[in-house]
Ligand binder design. Structure first.
Ligand code: OSB
Ligand code: MG
Length: 368
């Protein structure tokens, strides 16, 4: 039994080592919402993955702050929890959507449970991998040559998968230059909804891409089914998979062959585990996506990626790909062959640098 007595919300601001551009905008300075949950004896940190503008999902850091303060934290405070697997349903009851806000709290309870029971997060969710394969997600660059330079650096660092962001006008010449030089790397593209079903997709099939991520609308499954029928390249859904039922819809309609699971997007670990399991039963591989997290959010992603059906390298880059100095110790690193070790220490497996966090906190709220 866990009784949460205090939930602390903080906004911190951190600058990315380089701006990250997708088809829906560019980000440089990141506003980040961190959560700290406390019982009488223990505490754990978690991270809300909502962005500052609603260009990926409808949520933002500000809507999440409001939802947590006003509706979600009161459901957890001083109201004992038997097991973190029960928390998602409690947060879902009579509160629609707002999955990123829910996920931040839900994952925090898994972190707290791991800390209290003296187990690693991976162990708590029955992860099986000791190491996870990492990939890199490269933003839209100004021209194909600039992209190739980024890919060169990434290949040298040992990444096991290269994902490039695309949009109409920044697609085929960019893919082409990379594929010409690297005929056999695991290469994929992510469109973040930038195309329409009426566009010509036939060229994608000539690049041996391991997948095409979320080409159509952020909330669509049905039209992706029509597109998948015309394409050999496997479609991977990201934005559209917001629940177990959406995953089932994709599988039934054959709207995609792979799912990018981001625990922050689907409401936390419990729905992530459900989606992982249904995909495994249907021979649909999954991989763990990222939201340019700090080392805190990364701890949860890496634990999740240790489950057996996470069989494709995730967007799980080391700390240095995002931050000059991360807010955890040790920082997340990867080996020369692109592997990241899943911590076996109790709790998140990394120490949170509270002093550094204090120094960059711009807003703080204690809820009791
Ligand atoms: O679509 O996967 C995406 C970052 C922010 C919002 C959406 C996406 C991404 C990424 C970054 O691709 C992946 C990472 O964290 O390295
Ligand atoms: Mg994506």
């Amino acid at each position: 039994m866990i009784t949460i007595k205090k939930i602390i919300l903080r906004e911190i601001n951190m600058k990315l080592v380089e701006p990250f551009q997708t088809s829906s905008g560019s980000i440089d300075n990141k506003r980040i919402l961190l959560i700290e949950m406390k019982t009488d004896t223990h505490s754990a940190w978690s991270e809300c993955v909502a962005k500052q503008i609603p260009n990926y999902t409808p949520e933002t850091i500000d809507t999440c702050w409001l939802m947590i303060e006003k509706y979600l934290a009161p459901k957890l405070l001083n109201n004992p929890i038997d097991h973190p697997k029960d928390v998602f349903n409690r947060l879902e009851k009579n509160i629609r959507g707002n999955l990123m806000a829910k996920a931040a709290l839900e994952m925090g309870t898994w972190g707290l449970y791991a800390t209290i029971t003296n187990q690693s997060l991976s162990n708590v969710i029955k992860g099986t991998r000791k190491q996870v394969e990492t990939g890199v997600s490269i933003g839209i660059q100004k021209d194909p040559e600039a992209l190739l330079k980024k890919v060169d650096e990434s290949v040298k660092l040992g990444y096991g998968k290269i994902k490039i962001k695309i949009q109409p006008g920044n697609d085929f010449p960019f893919i082409d230059i990379v594929r010409q030089k690297y005929p056999s790397i695991k290469l994929m593209v992510d469109a973040n909804n930038a195309y329409a079903l009426s566009d010509d997709f036939s060229k994608f099939d000539s690049y041996n891409l391991i997948m095409l991520e979320q080409p159509l609308a952020w909330d669509d499954v049905y039209q992706h089914a029509h597109l998948q029928k015309q394409l050999k390249t496997p479609i991977c859904l990201d934005e559209s998979i917001t629940s177990l039922s959406k995953a089932k819809e994709m599988i039934d309609l054959k709207a995609g062959q792979i799912i990018n699971i981001k625990p922050g997007r689907v409401g936390g670990f419990t729905p992530s585990l459900d989606i992982h399991n249904i995909c495994q039963e249907n021979n649909i591989p999954v991989w763990c996506g990222g939201m340019l997290e700090t080392g805190i959010g990364r701890a949860y992603n890496i634990a999740l990626a240790s489950l057996p059906n996470f069989s494709i390298p995730g967007d799980l880059s080391p700390s240095a790909r995002y931050w000059k100095k991360d807010i955890v110790n040790p920082e997340w690193t990867m080996s020369d062959d692109g592997l990241m070790t899943v911590p076996s220490k109790p709790g998140l497996g990394v120490d949170v640098d509270v002093e550094k966090i204090d120094a960059i906190t711009v807003k703080k709220l204690d809820l009791t």
